[in-house]
Design a protein around this ligand. Structure first.
Ligand SMILES: Cc1cc2nc3c(=O)[nH]c(=O)nc-3n(C[C@H](O)[C@H](O)[C@H](O)COP(=O)(O)OP(=O)(O)OC[C@H]3O[C@@H](n4cnc5c(N)ncnc54)[C@H](O)[C@@H]3O)c2cc1C
Length: 488
C-alpha cells in the first residue's frame, strides 16, 4: 500500500447495541486508527425472531437517534437490508475492501452458528473478524455449575455471578468516529417502513418513550435520583412509576447493563443513606435478564418448546375467541384488561401485571403459553428473545426455576393487593372510572355498573367475566393433574 492510499475501513456490524458509549466493538474499531463504518442490516428473513410491530417502531427511532449521535462525532451509519444479514456484511466488506468486521455477540445457538460461519468466510478472504460482549454482564459460558453445565436455579446462578470479578467499568464514547472518505451506498430508513403504515396504533408510544442513547441515560438518571430508594416495594405497584423503564433501551442496546451496574454502585457509594436492599433487588432484576440469556443459550427452542418436557403433553384448549378477548383487554377482569390495554397503548406493561395476565391466559383460559408469547413479541417495545420466552415459561411452570403451575393468580385478589385504590384500572379501563376501591376489581358485584364509566354507553360495553374464577382454577388443576398429578 502506498503511503497516500486511503486506509481500509473497519466495519462495525450493529445488531442489539445501538449506542456509542460502552460499545466495545465500536471502541476497538476506533482504536485501530482506521476509518470506521458502522452498519445496520435489517433482516428481511421470515423467521421467529423477526421484530414485531412495536419493536419495529422502536427500531426506527433508535436508528434515527444513533445515526444523529454518530454524525456529531464525524461518523455515518450505513443501512442495508436482506434475508441473510451475514452474507450482506461479507459482500459489503468485499465492496469497501474492509480491514476487518467487528460485532457484538448474540447468544442463541443458531445465531452463534451463523456468526461463526461469517467469521470463517471473512477469515478465508483475508478480512479480520472479531466479536465482543456488548450486551451482557456475564456471558452464559462464564457462569457454570460444578459439573460445567448451566444453573437451573436463579439464586444459585446469581450467587455464582456475584462471586466472579465485577463486570469491567464501562468505556466512554469515542470522541470521534472517523468515516471513510468514500461511503458505500445505503438505504433510506424511511423506505424500510418500520413505522405503522395504516392506522397509527403506535400514537401512544411517543409521549412515553424517547428511544436512543440520550433517552436511556435520562431514564437511568431519573431512576437513580427518584426511584431506586423504595424500589423493593414500589416495583410491585403498577399505578406508580416505581421501576426504571429501561427494558426497551436494554433490548436495543442503547444502554449496556454494565453502565447500569456501575451507575448503581456509584450512586450507592455517594448516597448519604445506609444501603437498604433496594439496589440489590434492582441488580437482581438485571440478573434475571442474564439468567434468561443463559437459558436461551442452552435451550435455543425456549420460545417454542417447554423446558420441562412433560409440559409438551399439557391438555391445552386452544380457542381463538378467548385469545382475542385477552389480547383486546375484554376479559371482564379489570386488572387483566388494564394490563392488556396498557400494553397496546404504550408498548409496555408493568411486570406484576405481566405475571397476572400471563397466569390468567395460561391457567384460567388454558391457552398455550406460546400464543401469549407471540402476542407480547408483537406488541412489546422491549420484546426480547430471552426474557420474553423465559418469563412465559416461568409463569407456565414449564421453565427453569419456574413458579409452580398450581400457583394460580386470582386476578381479583391480585388487583386488590397491588392496585388497592384501583388507580391503575381506572387509568386504563375508563369504562370503570366511576367505581370505588371496593368494587373496582369485581365490577359485576355492583348494581351501579351502567353509570360508572366516563359515559353510560361506554360502561355498558365492559364485558362480564369470561370465566368463573373457581371454575377456571379447578379446570386448570385438573389439566395439570393429568401430567401425573405432580409438579414435574
Ligand atoms: C410474561 C412476561 C413476559 C416478559 N417479557 C419480557 C420481554 O420481552 N422483555 C423484557 O425485557 N422483559 C420481559 N419481562 C420481564 C419484566 O416484566 C420486564 O423486564 C420489566 O417489566 C421491564 O420494566 P423495567 O425496565 O421498568 O424493569 P425494572 O424493574 O426497572 O428492572 C430493570 C431491568 O431488569 C430486567 N428485568 C426485570 N425483571 C425481569 C424479569 N422478570 N426477567 C428478565 N429481566 C428482567 C429488565 O431488563 C429491566 O429493564 C417479562 C415478564 C413476564 C412476566
Amino acid at each position: 500500500m502506498s503511503s497516500s492510499a486511503p486506509k481500509p475501513p473497519v466495519i462495525v456490524w450493529l445488531r442489539q447495541d445501538l449506542r456509542l458509549a460502552d460499545q466495545p466493538a465500536l471502541a476497538a474499531a476506533v482504536a485501530t486508527g482506521h476509518p470506521v463504518l458502522p452498519v445496520y442490516v435489517l433482516d428481511d428473513g421470515a423467521h421467529p425472531l423477526a421484530p414485531g410491530g412495536a419493536s419495529r417502531w422502536w427500531l426506527h427511532h433508535s436508528l434515527t437517534a444513533f445515526a444523529r449521535d454518530l454524525k456529531r462525532r464525524g461518523g455515518t451509519l450505513i443501512l442495508r437490508r436482506g434475508t441473510e444479514p451475514g452474507r450482506m456484511i461479507e459482500a459489503l466488506a468485499h465492496e469497501v475492501g474492509a480491514l476487518a468486521v467487528y460485532w457484538g455477540r448474540r447468544y442463541d445457538a443458531t445465531e452463534i452458528e451463523h456468526d461463526k460461519a461469517v467469521k470463517t468466510r471473512l477469515g478465508a478472504a483475508g478480512i479480520g473478524a472479531k466479536s465482543f460482549n456488548t450486551s451482557l454482564l456475564f456471558e452464559p459460558w462464564a457462569i457454570q455449575n460444578q459439573s460445567g453445565g448451566p444453573y437451573q436455579v436463579f439464586t444459585h446462578y446469581w450467587r455464582a455471578c456475584k462471586s466472579t470479578p465485577e463486570p469491567p467499568s464501562p468505556w466512554p464514547a469515542p470522541a470521534t468516529v472517523p468515516a471513510p472518505a468514500q461511503l458505500p451506498a445505503g438505504d433510506d430508513l424511511d423506505d424500510w417502513a418500520l413505522l405503522p403504515t395504516g392506522p397509527d396504533w403506535a400514537r401512544g408510544f411517543g409521549p412515553v418513550w424517547q428511544p436512543g442513547e440520550a433517552g436511556a441515560a435520562a431514564r437511568l438518571d431519573r431512576f437513580l435520583a427518584d426511584r431506586l430508594h423504595g424500589y423493593k416495594t414500589a416495583r410491585d405497584l403498577p399505578d406508580r412509576d416505581g421501576t426504571s423503564g429501561l427494558s426497551p433501551h436494554l433490548r436495543f442496546g442503547e444502554i449496556s447493563p454494565r453502565q447500569i451496574w456501575h451507575a448503581v454502585r456509584h450512586h450507592l457509594a455517594t448516597a448519604r443513606r445506609p444501603p437498604d436492599g433496594d439496589a440489590d433487588t434492582f441488580l437482581a432484576e438485571l440478573g434475571w435478564r442474564e439468567f434468561s440469556y443463559s437459558l436461551l443459550h442452552y435451550h435455543p427452542a425456549i420460545a417454542r418448546e417447554p423446558l420441562k418436557p412433560q409440559f409438551a403433553r399439557f391438555p391445552w384448549r386452544p380457542d381463538e375467541t378467548a385469545l382475542r378477548a385477552w389480547q383486546r383487554g375484554m376479559t371482564g377482569y379489570p386488572i387483566v384488561d388494564a394490563g392488556m390495554r396498557q400494553l397496546w397503548a404504550t408498548g409496555w406493561m408493568h411486570n406484576r401485571v405481566r405475571m397476572i395476565v400471563a397466569s390468567f391466559l395460561i391457567k384460567h383460559l388454558l391457552q398455550p403459553w406460546q400464543g401469549g408469547e407471540r402476542w407480547f413479541w408483537d406488541t412489546l417495545v422491549d420484546a426480547d428473545p430471552a426474557s420474553n420466552a423465559a418469563s412465559w415459561q416461568w409463569v407456565a411452570g414449564s421453565g427453569a426455576d419456574a413458579s409452580p403451575f398450581f400457583r394460580i393468580f386470582n386476578p381479583v385478589l391480585q388487583g386488590r393487593k397491588f392496585d388497592p385504590d384501583g388507580a391503575y384500572v381506572r387509568r386504563w379501563v375508563p369504562e370503570l372510572a366511576g367505581l370505588d376501591r371496593t368494587t373496582i376489581h369485581e365490577p359485576w358485584t355492583t348494581e351501579d355498573l351502567p353509570s360508572c364509566g366516563t359515559s353510560k354507553a361506554m360502561a355498558r360495553t365492559y364485558p362480564s367475566p369470561m370465566i368463573d374464577l373457581m371454575v377456571g382454577r379447578d379446570r386448570a388443576l385438573t389439566a395439570f393433574a393429568s401430567l401425573n398429578g405432580k409438579d414435574p
